[in-house]
Design a protein around this ligand. Structure first.
Ligand SMILES: [Zn+2]
Length: 302
């Protein structure tokens, strides 16, 4: 049995998978905010509770915002900023009494969709999460490509490419830079863009709902969003040329993206034809926790 834990900014989810990938048990709790020891306790209680309930010991994989720094062993780059600089891996391995595997949440998402999801069978998969933040992860031949600094795929903190009027230098980002792709493509980024363009404070779901009803102002906001996503992903395709790009996170529910973005990205991609599919996730919100469970492959860890 394998357990995956998805440590999010607002919730912590755990899922137990049988060796054949069947879901056995799922638990979801609110994530303690601004409190590291409470976060450790919550994860430990979740995992131990599932093991007690199912009467089995499991391998455990943890998907985190940010990544464990290979240089220091401390968590870095998390938008749940109270976790940054903490020895999350050491602390949880001590509390749970076993070796654990950790990966960035976007990497877990890409791994899950590569393993038995929307990107099943593809050799190189770029997974994107557009939600509270904007993350990316790369899976090659069924394995996460972590990178020397454990930042492979983190294109959300590149500058928005081919910026147009009003897009440069852009809004400041929690990472300390300005004009990051995340500040445009995340849910809060859409909300800010709409407010700056119209003076109207609407949530992202409200903007997409009104656009679907034919509201031209909200539609214009989504058109700006689509153009930005197309440029941001064109830069990924020029660099990696993945076999498929899978979208996840709250904004991946916006169906028009799968038609409009590939139509728009071609003009920025250095190729005569662009065959790259842009697809929605198969496992939806469960992909992060499934990918965390699959950090231990079949037959690994006993
Ligand atoms: Zn940034």
């Amino acid at each position: 049995m394998r357990i995956g834990v998805d440590l999010g900014g607002t919730k912590i989810e755990a899922l137990a998978l049988a060796d054949d990938g069947q879901a056995l048990l799922r638990r979801r709790i609110p994530a303690p905010r601004d409190h590291y020891p409470a976060t450790l306790a919550a994860i430990t209680t979740l995992v131990e509770g599932i093991e007690r309930e199912l009467g089995q010991r499991a391998t455990v994989g943890i998907g985190t915002p940010g990544a464990i720094s290979p240089a220091t062993g401390l968590l870095k780059n998390a938008n749940s900023v109270w976790l940054n600089g903490r020895p999350l891996a050491d602390d949880l391995q001590r509390l749970l009494g076993r070796p654990l595997r950790f990966a960035n949440d976007a990497n877990c998402f890409a791994l899950s969709e590569s393993r038995d999801g929307a990107a099943s069978g593809a050799r190189a998969v770029f997974g994107v999460i557009v939600g509270t933040g904007t993350g990316g992860g790369l899976v090659v031949d069924g394995r996460i490509w972590t990178g020397l600094n454990a930042i492979a795929g983190e294109w959300g903190h590149n500058s928005l490419p081919w910026p147009g009027d009003g897009e440069w230098p852009g809004a400041s980002c929690y990472c300390g830079r300005t004009g990051c792709i995340e500040t445009f493509l995340s849910g809060p980024g859409v909300v800010r863009d709409h407010r700056e363009a119209t003076g109207e404070a609407l949530e992202a779901v409200e903007i997409t709902a009104r656009a679907a009803e034919g509201d031209p102002i909200c539609d214009a906001t989504l058109q700006r969003y689509e153009g930005r996503m197309a440029r941001a992903l064109a830069s990924v395709i020029n660099l990696l040329d993945p076999d498929v790009v899978v979208l996840g996170g709250g904004l991946s529910n916006l169906e028009r993206l799968y038609v409009s973005v590939p139509r728009l990205w071609a003009r920025h991609i250095f190729s005569d034809r662009v065959a790259t599919p842009l697809v929605p996730p198969r496992h939806g919100d469960s992909s992060g926790v499934r990918g965390a469970a699959w950090l231990w492959g079949p037959g690994e860890g006993g």
